[in-house]
Write a protein that binds this ligand. Structure first.
Ligand code: NAD
Length: 369
């Protein structure tokens, strides 16, 4: 058996195969990987009648990490509740792999700060990570309707809070290995009102002494929502429960203004493989045209190296190479569209619109520098 990490690759549908193929080229520059390419989503429905087969789930569970493109497309849109749907593949994968933590970094590339809805001086220097609990809280509690009355119940156990808190502290440590700054976790709750939040705050505080190199503070969710737009650069790692995390991770994502740039990771128990994927979907409108932006998937591969394979130096090299290429002016059409209004400025390279292949070649060349 080789020591090469075993990566299950799930290209999926739409632009998925294009951006994942580009990402495999990128990873191959860091030595050998054993890639095991499998079907997920619409392509699996076409072949097997289901979006996720037991064999694929087993392969994912046995891998060192799983890299996903995106799934879905109009071909499989249906109103028939009995028909298989591509998203069922994703949900089945998250459940079957026991993924309970979703990690979304927000780090606008310096060359793209102009795409942010925030003023440049506010967004500059932002480099944060939202860690969201994925399997508990109000989305999974008892719910029901009785005539004009409805209820949804929010429940958390100390064990659920403890494991996500540990994920956040450890992610903060890993990030500090490459950034060199003191790691900090901000735990977000609504402890002035909710009992689950008081338990949340208590348990996070109890776990914190095991990570005494990491600073901890607590913030109420309404305050966190405001601080994210007023001083985003002051955050490092934000950890929060499912509902608050759903909202705050989308709010944070908007800070960059560039959907094609956002990576994500979903992690499970210690030592179990994680799932790494771009935040965007399968973009069926541009599939097959050679113009998909591969950068969110490159940055997802960087997350895989950092959070899944303990190779933080290579992760940082990818992030630096992506920044360098954007600084040089290269833009896939989705990025160019947001910046075309920028007037030409002295000392700023002119923007060049490129496709997936040229963008990939440029990042590979920057890695080799
Ligand atoms: P989308 O993210 O696929 O596309 C939104 C817009 O952004 C489109 O104009 C698209 O061309 C553009 N875009 C997205 N990624 C891009 C990239 N890498 N490069 C260049 N342009 C890019 O969202 P949508 O249109 O709402 O959904 C399309 C399909 O994707 C649907 O079937 C949806 O269910 C699915 N989807 C899948 C995932 C996933 O697999 N995780 C996530 C979201 C949506």
């Amino acid at each position: 058996m080789s020591d090469a990490p075993r990566i299950v690759v799930l290209p999926g549908d739409g632009i998925g195969p294009e951006i994942v193929a580009a990402t495999r080229r990128l990873l191959e520059t860091f030595g050998s990987f054993e890639f095991d390419e499998r079907l997920l989503g619409g392509c699996s429905i076409d072949e097997h009648g289901t979006a996720l087969t037991d064999e694929v789930l087993e392969a994912c569970r046995a891998a060192d990490a799983v890299l996903l493109g995106a799934v879905g497309g109009p071909k499989w849109d249906t109103t028939d509740p009995a028909a298989p749907r591509p998203e069922q593949g994703l949900l089945g994968l998250r459940k079957g792999m026991g993924l309970y933590a979703n990690l979304r970094p927000v780090r606008p590339s310096p060359a793209l700060v102009g795409a942010s809805p925030l003023r440049e001086e506010r967004i500059a220097g932002t480099d944060l990570l939202v860690v969201r609990e994925l399997t508990g809280g109000i989305y999974f509690g008892d719910s029901g309707r009785d005539g004009d009355r409805a209820h949804d119940t929010c429940e958390y156990t100390a064990a659920e809070i403890e494991r996500i808190a540990r994920t956040a502290f450890e992610a903060a440590r890993r990030r500090a290995e490459s950034s060199g700054r003191r790691p900090r976790v901000t735990s977000v709750d609504k402890a002035n009102v909710l009992e689950t939040s008081r338990l949340w705050r208590e348990v996070v505080g109890r776990v914190a002494p095991d990570y005494d190199d990491v600073a901890l503070d607590h913030l109420l969710v309404d305050n966190a929502a405001m601080q994210l737009v007023s001083r985003p650069a002051d955050f490092d790692v934000i950890v929060t429960e499912n509902l608050f995390g759903d909202i705050l991770s989308d709010e944070s994502a908007m800070l960059t203004g560039s959907l094609g740039m956002l990576p994500s990771a979903s992690l499970g128990a210690d030592g179990a493989p994680g799932l790494f994927e771009p935040v965007h979907g399968s973009a069926p409108d541009i599939a097959g045209k050679g113009i998909a932006n591969p950068l969110a998937t490159f940055l997802s591969a960087a997350m895989m190296l950092r959070h899944g394979l303990e190779r933080p130096d290579e992760a940082s090299r990818i992030e630096t190479a992506v920044d360098a290429v954007l600084e040089g002016g290269m833009r896939t059409p989705d990025l160019a569209a947001g910046t075309l209004a920028t007037p030409p400025m002295p000392d700023v390279p002119a923007e060049v619109e490129v496709g997936t292949a040229e963008m990939t070649d440029a990042v590979l060349a920057a890695l080799a520098d």
